[in-house]
Design a protein around this ligand. Structure first.
Ligand code: TYD
Length: 156
């Protein structure tokens, strides 16, 4: 894909596909609300989150030095927030990769469908919360990287 197909606007990465521009990943500095008692971050579907939230799951007590994810989805879009601790996330659209360090509870990372995601370097106190646009369905997973490349290059 030519460089001109990518625009970097406000940390948002876009992919030109089928004649329209779609976002593949986006890191947000979420608004921190709070007062003397402490802090609060609010997430609402179709506001901070660009999709209807059908599922929430969270990952914690992750064993040191292992990675999770290592897959893509055909349809599911996800929004990742580390509510405690830290981890790194590499997103890969088959053409380029970006690595993000999620180390604050007000950082939110959007992962589009057909983007390969890998999470690693989990701190022992890491709680990674994921909001998803679809219910759990193993058929929506692409777990083989070569198959993923075929899918994103549209030559399967
Ligand atoms: P998996 O998605 O493979 O974990 P990760 O990508 O973080 O390494 O899921 C691990 C297991 O949990 C697998 O057996 C499927 C199950 N699972 C559900 O039942 N529902 C869910 O929403 C998720 C994300 C996983």
């Amino acid at each position: 894909m030519a460089d001109k197909d990518f625009d970097d606007r406000d940390n948002q990465y876009y992919r030109v596909a089928y004649g329209k521009i779609c976002m593949i990943s986006k890191i947000d500095n979420l608004t921190v609300l709070g007062d003397d008692r402490g802090r609060l971050v609010a997430l609402e579907e179709n506001r901070q989150i660009s999709f209807d939230i059908k599922r929430v799951f969270y990952i914690y007590s992750t064993i040191k030095d292992i990675s999770r994810g290592n897959h893509s989805h055909y349809n599911t879009r996800q929004y990742l927030i580390v509510v405690s601790g830290s981890c790194k996330v590499t997103l890969d659209d088959g053409k380029q990769k970006e690595t993000y360090e999620l180390n604050k509870p007000n950082l939110g990372l959007f992962q589009d469908a057909l983007v390969w995601g890998t999470m690693y370097d989990f701190s022992s106190d890491c709680v990674l919360m994921v909001l998803a646009s679809e219910h759990y369905d193993e058929c929506d997973y692409i777990r083989d990287y070569d198959e993923f490349l075929k899918e994103v290059n549209n030559d399967s």
